[in-house]
Design a binder for this molecule. Structure first.
Ligand code: HMG
Length: 388
C-alpha cells in the first residue's frame, strides 16, 4: 500500500504588511529583514479571519463533493486555538459539509503537530485503505508590536488530503522523531502572545536538526545525495537556510549541491511573502517547492524537517508521484499578489484587535476582507461563521 498526500491546498489572509514599511516604522535597517531574516512581507489576518476560516478556505479549494462524502477523519493542527474545549476541526467539518460519520479533533505541539497529524492519518489509512483523512495546519503567528518576534509573524493554513494511492507524494517509512523539554518558545493559557527566548530557540532548532539528522542517517543509512530537495520548518527563511547549510557537506557533488540549493530557494518563496504560519510552515515550504521548482520530477525523494518549540522535531521523507504537477494551483502566486497592503498604523490596529463582548457575550465586527469564510459575529459567546 502507498499512502501519502493526494491533494494540498493553501489559504492566507487578504492583507499584507511589507517589511520595508515595518523597517521604517521600527527605525531598523531594511536589510536586517530582507537579508538578515530573508522576509519581504507578512500576511496579516483581521479579527474576522481565524484558524477556522483559514483552515476551511484551504480545504474548500481542494475538496470535491465525493471527497466530502468519503472523508472519515478531520484533524486540525494548531497552536492558536479559538476554544479550550471545542475543536476547530468540528467547526470546519460543519462549514465544509463533510459526511457525519467522521472523527474530528484538534492537536497541539507548537509548530510540530501537523507532522503528528500526518502520521496518525497514515496509520488510519493503513488500517482502512478506502479512508480519506483531511489534515489541516492552521495558525496565526502573533508576537506583539515592537517585540523581537514581530518581523516573523504571519497567518495561513495548509490543508492536505491523505489517502491510499496519492497523486502528489507517497510517505516513506523512515520517520525519526526527537523530544527535548526546553523553554525556547511557549504561550501560557493567560497570554495572547508567546514568550520566546529568540536566540536560544534558533540554537534549539539547529541542534534538533543536527541530532535528528545524525540519528536518521544511522537508522536508515540516509545520505543527502539521495534527496532532490529538503523542506524545513520555516519560522523565517534565513534560519531554514542555516539548517540546510548544516546538512550540506563537501562530499556532495557540485551538481547535487546546486540542485538542492535551487530547490531550497523554491521552497522558501511563499514563506518570504507570508511569514511564519507555525504548524503549516513546513508544508507551505513543500507547496512552494512543488509550485516553484524548475527541476522536480516523478520519483524524486523529498526530505522534511519538522520542528515545534518545546521541543519536538522529526525527519522523514516522501517520493513524488508521476503527474503531481497537475494537482497544483497555477494561480497561487497571483492571489498572493492581490493581498491589500496595510500601513504600519493599520496593521497595528487590524492584527491586534480584540472582540469587545457586551454583558450577554455578543460582539459585532467591521466588514473586513476574508477568504471564502468569515467569523460573522459572536452571539452569547458562540462564534458564528459564514460562507462569503
Ligand atoms: P533579531 O533581534 O532580529 O536577531 O531576532 P539578530 O539581531 O540576530 O538579527 C537576525 C539576523 O539579521 C542576523 O543574521 C543578523 O546578522 C542579521 P545571522 O547572524 O542570524 O545570520 N542582520 C542584518 N543583516 C543585514 N543587514 C543588517 C542586519 N542587521 C542584522 N543591517 C529572532 C531574531 C529570530 C531571535 C527574532 O525574530 C525572534 O525572536 N523570532 C521569534 C522566534 C523564532 O522565530 N525562532 C526560530 C526558532 S524556534 C521555531 O522555529 C519555532 C517557532 O516557529 C514556534 C513554534 O514552534 O511554535 C518559532
Amino acid at each position: 500500500m502507498s499512502i501519502g498526500i493526494d491533494k494540498i491546498g493553501f489559504a492566507t489572509a487578504k492583507y499584507r504588511l511589507d517589511m520595508a514599511d515595518l523597517a521604517v516604522a521600527r527605525d531598523t535597517d531594511p536589510n536586517k529583514y530582507s537579508l538578515g531574516l530573508m522576509l519581504d512581507s507578512l500576511s496579516i489576518a483581521p479579527i474576522t479571519e481565524d484558524i477556522v476560516t483559514l483552515g476551511a478556505a484551504a480545504a474548500e479549494q481542494i475538496l470535491t463533493k465525493e471527497d466530502k462524502a468519503t472523508i472519515d477523519m478531520v484533524i486540525v493542527a494548531t497552536e492558536t486555538s479559538i476554544d479550550q474545549s471545542k475543536a476547530a476541526a468540528v467547526f470546519i467539518h460543519g462549514l465544509l459539509g463533510i459526511q457525519p460519520f467522521a472523527r474530528s479533533f484538534e492537536i497541539k505541539e507548537a509548530c510540530y503537530s501537523a507532522t503528528a497529524a500526518l502520521n496518525y492519518a497514515k496509520l488510519h489509512v493503513t488500517a482502512q485503505a478506502a479512508s480519506k483523512v483531511l489534515v489541516i495546519a492552521s495558525d496565526i503567528a502573533k508576537y506583539g508590536i515592537k517585540t523581537s518576534g514581530e518581523p516573523t509573524q504571519g497567518a495561513g493554513a495548509v490543508a492536505m488530503l491523505v489517502t491510499n494511492q496519492p497523486r502528489i507524494l507517497t510517505f516513506n517509512d523512515d520517520n525519526v522523531a526527537q523530544t527535548r523539554d526546553v523553554m525556547d518558545f511557549w504561550r501560557p493559557n493567560y497570554s495572547t502572545t508567546p514568550f520566546v527566548q529568540g536566540i536560544f530557540s534558533t540554537k534549539q532548532y539547529l541542534d534538533c536538526l543536527k541530532t535528528t539528522w545524525a540519528e536518521y542517517q544511522k537508522r536508515y543509512q540516509g545520505k543527502l545525495e539521495d534527496f532532490a530537495a529538503f523542506c524545513f520548518h520555516i519560522p523565517y527563511p534565513k534560519l531554514a537556510r542555516k539548517g540546510l547549510n548544516k546538512l550540506l557537506d563537501k562530499s556532495l557533488s557540485q551538481e547535487k549541491t546546486g540542485q538542492i540549493k535551487a530547490n531550497f530557494e523554491a521552497s522558501i518563496s511563499y514563506s518570504r511573502q507570508i511569514g511564519n504560519i507555525y504548524t503549516g510552515s513546513l508544508y507551505l515550504g513543500l507547496l512552494s517547492l512543488l509550485e516553484k521548482s524548475q527541476s522536480l520530477k516523478a520519483g524524486d525523494k523529498i526530505g522534511f524537517f519538522s520542528y515545534g518549540s518545546g521541543a519536538v522535531s522529526e525527519i522523514f521523507s516522501g517520493q513524488l508521484v508521476a503527474g503531481f504537477e497537475q494537482m497544483l494551483n497555477p494561480d497561487q502566486q497571483a492571489s498572493l499578489e492581490k493581498r491589500q497592503r496595510l500601513s504600519v498604523e493599520d496593521y497595528e490596529k487590524l492584527f491586534f484587535e480584540e472582540a469587545q463582548l457586551d454583558d450577554q457575550g455578543n460582539a459585532e465586527f467591521e466588514n473586513y476582507a476574508t477568504h471564502s469564510f468569515a467569523l460573522e459575529r459572536i452571539e452569547h459567546h458562540q462564534r458564528l461563521y459564514k460562507r462569503n
